[in-house]
Write a protein that binds this ligand. Structure first.
Ligand code: PLP
Length: 361
């Protein structure tokens, strides 16, 4: 039997991860996602800057959460866990359910009722998780998961599980290997703030190991209605169309703030209108369909470039010829409802060539 396991992030970056020969690797060949050059974004930024998109929607369950989950579930399996639990805005639960299925352990997911994108919800069910929808928001779900983890023999696989961040830092390694060095600037959406923390850790580690000559400035973007780090206060009722970053009290708040400060980057906000515009723009102009939260990084870049946007990090501060990487975190098909609301009318027609030609003229 051929074992294709050697393609996942643990196999690729084993020496940088806390695994041993005793760790049963639970993998779905995550990682090694495309870094796509964007000619049109590069043109919009100008001054010789090169914009690249790290398309994390092409992971096995459609988001970057798989990088962290291969680590978290492998370690849970090593520790003999029979069940795992997570709170989720959707993608963590999809990843947890898939990797738990792969490992043969039970998975419980706690979701804010009515707030989960349809694609993500059906994933959790199809992968066989027990799905509990609580009458509360993500922050309530995470608090309950912490409480349950204290008394029950169930492993928590949220990003408060340190192995998640370890797995997620491998995205930075891939970028450095592909570009031959770290970029000048890295832009990403910020929700629970684990990912920006993970990328920074990856960049710092490879720099310390002389795999790159520099570290990038980290620019994080929150949705305007869910921007606790930007406003420096807990948001009790976070709101945004970008459900994956609808978080009012991020678990990795302090670590993310450190990453932003140490990298001399910035935290900023984008509105829902800007997010949805960026989502459509990216699909229309580069053929890359991402979920709304992911589009926050593109909306963020465009905010930096725009005039009079009051950007925290205006493009005037980009050095000429900068390489800029935007992570797009999840696949567009995750949230078909929000996408559908933005679509034009379908053209009904008889099955006749002439009529069709009339419609498309
Ligand atoms: C989880 C998630 C985010 C937010 O990442 P954090 O690590 O929570 O900041 C952004 N986009 C998508 C698609 C996600 O699934």
């Amino acid at each position: 039997m051929k074992n294709f396991h050697d393609r996942g992030i643990i196999a690729r970056y084993r020496q940088y991860l806390p695994v041993t020969d005793a760790t049963p690797v639970v993998s779905l060949n995550e990682g090694s996602t495309p870094l796509i050059y964007s000619p049109r974004l590069s043109e919009r930024v100008g001054r010789g800057c090169e914009i690249y998109i790290k398309y994390e929607g092409l992971n096995p369950t459609g988001s970057f959460k798989d990088r962290g989950m291969t680590m978290a579930i492998s370690k849970a399996a090593e520790e003999g866990a029979k069940a795992v639990i997570c709170a989720s805005t959707g993608n963590t639960s999809a990843a947890a359910a898939a990797y738990a299925a792969r490992a043969g352990v039970k998975c419980i997911v706690l979701l804010p009722a009515g707030k989960i994108a349809m694609g993500k919800l059906v994933q959790a069910f199809m992968y066989g998780a027990k799905v509990v929808a609580i009458d509360g928001n993500f922050d309530d779900a995470l608090r309950l998961v912490r409480e349950i983890g204290e008394t029950e023999p169930i492993s928590i696989v949220n990003s408060i599980n340190p192995y998640r961040i370890d797995g997620q830092k491998t995205a930075s390694f891939e970028i450095i290997e592909e570009l031959g060095d770290a970029p000048e600037i890295h832009i990403l959406p910020v929700g629970n703030a684990g990912n920006i923390t993970a990328y920074w850790r990856g960049y710092v580690e490879f720099h310390a190991g002389n795999k790159s000559t520099k570290t990038p400035k980290m620019l994080g973007f929150q949705a305007a209605g869910s921007a606790p780090i930007f406003h420096n206060r807990i948001i009790d009722n976070p709101e945004t169309v970008a459900s994956a970053i609808r978080i009012g009290n991020p678990a990795s708040w302090q670590l993310a703030s450190n990453a932003i400060r140490e990298s001399q980057g910035a935290i900023d906000i984008v509105t829902d209108i800007e997010i949805l515009e960026a989502q459509r723009w990216l699909a229309n102009h580069e053929g890359i369909f991402v979920e709304p939260a992911s589009a926050a990084s593109i909306a963020g870049l465009l905010k930096c470039v725009g005039e009079k946007t009051g950007a925290a990090f205006p493009a005037a501060r980009f050095a000429d010829g900068s390489k800029i990487v935007c992570t797009v975190t999840g696949h567009g098909l995750k949230d078909p409802d929000v996408a559908r609301e933005q679509c034009g009318a379908i053209i009904p027609a008889k099955a006749e060539k002439d009529e069709i030609l009339r419609h498309i003229a």
